[in-house]
Ligand binder design. Structure first.
Ligand code: FAS
Ligand code: PHB
Length: 389
């Protein structure tokens, strides 16, 4: 088989790139190691920057999102029972959109399948070959049968545990990592959200987040020990702990219910450089990871796809390669700013096991400064709604 761009990974990065390139007449094949249902069964991000929304519009898959999403002009930060709002609209003129990653991935799958987009599921042994030559290829097997795709370019959209990043030699690749000493225990419940906006709660017992997917589907998180497993937490224990970490008025309003999903995500900051090696490009979680505190994971995948999509279209339409040659530099410039913001929000709101009394006073002083200083709030708002592409 031959295609113009072979895409490894059928998550949001791979599907969005495939759909955008299709709209410009560029042929792709997506290789996904799982099934569509498995991919759609993972509960992940919930907050989209306007830049992501515009990409979905450009890809022609924004109709359901426009109908069903929530627009949030701000968020709440709480510290014990104290709470204050950050008004994105007033401070930046912009906002964020609440629309679950599961739903946007479903929309992308539907769009690809509506035009018979080539997506191969249940692929095994995916190997990217000769990426540092002018004729790369990708080999893989399905049900024991070997296949090969010859292509012009390969997009590695296969997430943190994929093969693409490993294809770049260690003599070329440099990795930066910070692992946090806690995780997030997340619960999805068919209950009305506790507040019309998100509540990022810092408390003496640890971090908590009140989020949502729609008017009767809520997403809650509490900071937990890395030694915990979801089975250690009954629904009742989760709700009790959440109520202890959010402001009393929210705890009183909270509608609890049976969890329909319960999982623990580890937190890490991670970047690999460069994001291009020959004719292989890394996008999204294949290249970088952020702690979800700043809601940047999916949104940094979007800006990678924005840069790579425009670079490949420029090449196929004009033969120019400056977009391709600048891809890694442009993507990394925005990614590092998102890494900083996510690291900063995580340090601001979580309890660390080695924190001294002084450290706790510094944390409180930073939150207090954020509460009273418009410029500090503006810096948070500009990063949260999304820095320019
Ligand atoms: P993904 O990991 O989503 O997709 C990669 C795809 O490649 C997967 O479908 C995988 O099956 C496939 N793949 C892997 N190896 C392969 C191979 N060898 N061959 C073929 N296919 C292969 N972000 C937020 O903003 N907010 C959150 O709350 C949040 N929560 C998260 C919770 C968890 C547990 C995780 C892991 C991530 C979370 N994220 C969150 C980040 C998440 O949303 C990612 O940023 C987003 O999924 C990135 O999308 P992709 O780059 O497409 O990677
Ligand atoms: C979510 O709704 O899953 C979510 C929202 C904001 C975050 C992280 C996760 O910062």
């Amino acid at each position: 088989m031959r295609t113009q761009v072979a895409i490894v990974g059928g998550g949001p990065s791979g599907l969005l790139l495939s759909q955008l390139l299709h709209r410009k007449g560029i042929d792709t094949v997506v290789l996904e190691r799982k099934t569509r249902d498995y991919v759609l069964g993972r509960i992940r991000a919930g907050i989209l920057e306007v830049g992501f929304v515009e990409l979905m519009r450009e890809a022609g898959v924004a109709e359901r999102m426009d109908q069903e999403c929530f627009v949030h002009d701000g968020t709440v930060i709480s510290y014990g029972d104290e709470q204050f709002g950050i008004n994105f609209k007033e401070l930046t003129g912009s906002h964020v959109v609440v629309y679950g990653q599961t739903e946007l991935t479903r929309d992308l799958y539907d769009a690809r399948e509506a035009v018979d987009g080539k997506i191969v599921f249940n692929t095994e042994n995916v190997t990217i070959n000769d990426a540092d030559t002018d004729s790369p290829n990708v080999t893989y097997s399905v049900d024991g049968t070997e296949h090969r795709i010859d292509c012009d370019y390969v997009a590695g959209c296969d997430g943190f545990h994929g093969v693409s990043r490993q294809t770049i030699p260690l003599t070329v690749r440099k990795e930066y990592e910070k692992v946090y000493p806690f995780g997030w225990l997340g619960v999805l419940s068919e209950t009305p959200p506790v507040h019309e906006e998100l509540i990022y709660a810092s408390s003496g017992r640890g971090f908590a987040l009140c989020s949502m997917r729609n008017e009767n589907l809520s997403r809650y998180y509490i900071q937990c020990s890395l030694s915990d497993s979801p089975e250690d937490w009954t629904d009742e224990a989760f709700w009790t702990e959440l109520k202890r970490r959010i402001p009393a008025d929210a705890a009183e309003r909270l509608v609890t219910g049976r969890s329909i999903e319960k999982s623990i995500a580890p937190l890490r900051s991670f970047v690999t450089e460069p994001m291009r090696w020959g004719r292989l490009f890394l996008c999204g979680d294949a290249a970088h990871i952020v702690p979800p505190t700043g809601a940047k994971g999916l949104n940094t995948a979007a800006s990678d796809i924005h840069y790579l999509h425009h670079a490949l279209v420029q090449f196929y339409e004009t033969g120019d390669t400056d977009g391709i040659d600048l891809y890694s530099e442009r993507a990394l410039a925005r990614i590092w700013k998102a890494e900083r913001f996510s690291w900063w929000m995580t340090n601001l709101l979580h309890r660390f096991p080695d924190q001294s009394e002084f450290d706790l006073r510094m944390q409180r002083a930073e939150i207090e400064f954020l509460r009273v200083n418009r410029e500090a709030q503006s810096v948070l708002a500009q990063n949260y709604v999304g820095l320019p592409y």
